[in-house]
Design a binder for this molecule. Sequence first.
Ligand SMILES: [Zn+2]
Length: 81
Amino acid sequence: MSRIVQQLMVYPPENLSLMAIPAEYINTDDFPCPTCKGMGWYWGENQGESAKHNCVECNGTGKMHAKITIEWRAGKLESKK
Ligand SMILES: [Zn+2]
């Protein structure tokens, strides 16, 4: 089955001020929820009978997305021998 893959290329932004912008937040596009296969619900049992249950992972939306946090820090000095 075909899959859509999202990639993120990370590079420090120009004029980065570590004190003013310590972190960036990036939201991905939506992916189909892997638990309910994008349906927003799944079949389960309720008192011995089949019943639809809203998916608790995606809150019934059928979609998931990632919030990616990037924190910029100064590099470490290499020790001199
Ligand atoms: Zn789901």
